[in-house]
Design a binder for this molecule. Structure first.
Ligand SMILES: Cc1ncc(COP(=O)(O)O)c(C=O)c1O
Length: 385
């Protein structure tokens, strides 16, 4: 029984795109609907959904054959394809359903000891923050150290805040040690691309393990793990890479793999990192398989450089257009800090609030002008009340 065919067979387009409204036909949005929130749950092209369904049907035709013989090599192939995008060894990757699971996997595997401290930014994602708090609640004398962050900040100010927090802790001389730091690559609210390479270097320089929460990274920014070498890294593929929901990738370099086990232990316990994560119990693996056609779709539309360049430029220009309509400002960029914007741009609303439209290849500048005018109308009405 042949495996579902891959869209890789289609020619790669030499001219990137087309981007903007012409892309809408490739997605599942109804007419007259504009998606400004790609960031929370992602969105996937129809061909990727078709591919997921094809994998699902393939599995159902002969489930024994799929689960027993084909699944592991098929998942290994997905890992190899992702490894090519983020520059690492495929055997340093495990496929998991989402970032929340990936964060729990590492935090609940590590053998925290009394006196260990976990560093976290005050802007960290709530579920991640709560997972850290759970660890602190369940292991005696493990405590959270928060880096207080209020944007806007320059990259150097972010680094200084982190270093000051570490130094202040060191001065306590109470026998505790910061064992792990949780660091967002791109925070959620507000959405800020952090100086991730410098942060990893800085924290590792103090002997601290660094776990990069890259929930929003693959597909939104260039990811080069060979250059970054974090201790742990997780990214959702179902946000910016365009795969179907329930697909994420956890990176654990070989020297740390003995420390990490899946949150759900299976019969493969203690058979090695790759093996332990290759079987997560009976479930539908087709969302993970859809990563393949998501990567193919991106290649066919010009690849990572072209897509990231379009979405970033549109986020910067669109954010400025909306801020102008509202007579307000962006929380970022500070002057010369456009690189703190990925595809998600923060705009201060004149009613002491913040909004952050999130851009993908199916949007155009006129969509920002429209949303800016809608907000202006609502705010004018609120002010008139
Ligand atoms: C920074 C950050 N970390 C973690 C998550 C959790 O991702 P998921 O819900 O896919 O597990 C999100 C979700 O938006 C996020 O923004």
């Amino acid at each position: 029984m042949p495996l579902p065919t891959t869209t890789t067979d289609l020619p790669t387009v030499t001219n990137p795109g087309p981007f903007g409204h012409q892309q809408r036909k490739n997605f599942l949005f109804p007419e007259n609907f504009t998606q400004y929130n790609h960031g929370s749950y992602g969105a996937f092209p129809k061909v990727v959904q078709d591919d997921k369904i094809a994998w699902h049907q393939h599995a159902e035709r002969d489930i024994d054959r799929w689960m027993r013989r084909e699944l592991r090599p098929a998942l290994a192939d997905i890992r190899a394809r992702v490894a090519e995008v983020i520059h690492c060894d495929k055997d340093e990757l495990a496929l998991v359903t989402n970032t929340t699971v990936g964060v729990n996997t590492v935090l609940r595997s590590l053998d925290f000891q009394p006196g260990d401290r976990i560093l976290q930014f005050s802007t960290g994602y709530m579920s991640v923050d709560k997972t850290v708090r759970y660890i602190c609640d369940t292991i005696p004398d493990v405590q959270l150290i928060e880096v207080p962050i209020t944007f806007p900040l320059t990259d150097q100010e972010i680094l200084d805040k982190v270093e000051n927090t570490v130094k202040t802790h060191q001065q306590l001389k109470d026998g505790s040690r910061i064992r792990l730091a949780m660091v967002d690559w791109i925070s959620s609210v507000p959405s800020i691309v952090h100086p991730i390479k410098q942060l990893v270097e800085l924290l590792q320089g103090y002997g601290i393990l660094v776990y990069v929460d890259g929930a929003h990274s693959i597909g939104q920014v260039h990811v080069d793990l060979a250059d970054l070498h974090p201790d742990f890294y997780i990214t959702n593929c179902h946000k910016w890479l365009f795969s179907v929901r329930g697909s994420a990738v956890l990176y654990v370099p070989k020297h740390h793999q003995h420390l990490i086990h899946p949150t759900a232990i299976t019969a493969d316990y203690k058979t090695g990192f790759v093996n332990e994560f290759a079987w997560m119990g009976t479930q539908d693996y087709s969302s993970l398989m859809s990563i393949r056609s998501a990567i193919d779709f991106r290649k066919q539309h010009g690849g990572e450089d072209a897509i990231i360049s379009y979405t970033h430029s549109l986020a910067v220009a669109g954010g400025k257009a909306v801020a102008e309509i509202l007579g307000t400002e962006g929380v970022t960029p500070l002057k010369g800090h456009d690189h703190q914007i990925g595809n998600m741009v923060n705009i201060r609303l004149p009613i002491k609030n913040l909004n952050n439209p999130k851009v993908n290849i199916y949007l155009e500048l006129e969509d920002f002008v429209r949303i800016g005018n809608v907000w202006k109308k609502v705010i004018d009405e609120l002010n008139a009340e």
